[in-house]
Design a binder for this molecule. Structure first.
Ligand code: TMP
Length: 215
């Protein structure tokens, strides 16, 4: 991928960790600091990728082969990268993305127990060396997250999974955060919202400071 100035920030976490609320907070912070950015999500972010998202989330009687699920996730990602993410970054904008490939390691690798090496090969094929500049991982014990998510009503195909699935998802996220400390910042999402957002603000202030110093 070509030389770029904008930063690619992703937000990750299990079910019910407060991603939506905190993404809105991050977007506000970027706006207040005069950062030109595009907010998007995975799977999705383009009309075609949103159709793939609907296929992935729909509950259905036919069991979905984990490998089919993995390939659909990367098909959506390839489209999203070409249509939205790369053009924005190349235009100097930042991109704020609700989930990215770390979710694939967590959900398809951890949750579905697919081979992490196979995910790595697809990552290489679809993204080359492209990775997020910063990933905010909102972390919460699984039971607490599921309680919050359950209160929202109808559950999608992933939300219907059992506790053990989400324990594996969380374990992979935390493992990746330990292995890639330059990319990840783990935010404890179990405390009051004001505390969570103070932590996020602190992380963003550093990143904004560094980005300012570079330009
Ligand atoms: P969201 O509703 O949190 O935006 O995400 C939709 C679901 O998609 C969520 O349960 C996690 C799942 N997902 C994967 O399984 N693999 C992926 O690579 C991504 C990006 C999301």
């Amino acid at each position: 991928m070509t030389e770029r100035r904008g930063l690619f920030i992703t937000v990750e976490g299990g079910e019910g960790v407060g991603k939506t609320t905190n993404l809105a907070f991050i977007a506000d912070q970027l706006r207040c600091n005069g950062v030109a950015f595009v907010q998007t999500r995975e799977p999705g972010g383009t009309p075609l990728a949103e159709q793939i998202r609907a296929l992935l989330l729909d509950t259905r009687s036919e069991p979905v082969a984990p490998m089919a699920e993995l390939l659909l996730v990367f098909a959506a990602r390839a489209q999203h990268l070409q249509q939205v993410v790369q053009p924005a970054l190349e235009a100097g904008k930042w991109v704020l993305c609700d989930r990215f490939t770390d979710a694939t390691y967590a959900y398809q690798g951890g949750g579905r127990q697919l081979n992490q090496g196979a995910i790595g090969e697809l990552e290489q094929l679809v993204q080359g060396s492209f990775r997020p500049d910063l990933t905010l991982l909102l972390d919460l014990p699984v039971a607490a997250g599921l309680e919050r998510a359950g209160a929202r009503g109808e559950l999608d195909r992933f939300e219907q999974e059992q506790l053990a699935f989400f324990e594996r998802v969380r374990a992979v996220y935390l493992d990746r955060a330990r292995r890639f400390p330059r990319q990840f910042r783990v935010i404890d999402a179990s405390g009051p919202l004001s505390q969570v957002q103070a932590n996020i603000e602190h992380v963003l202030a550093r990143v904004l400071g560094e980005a300012g110093a570079r330009s």
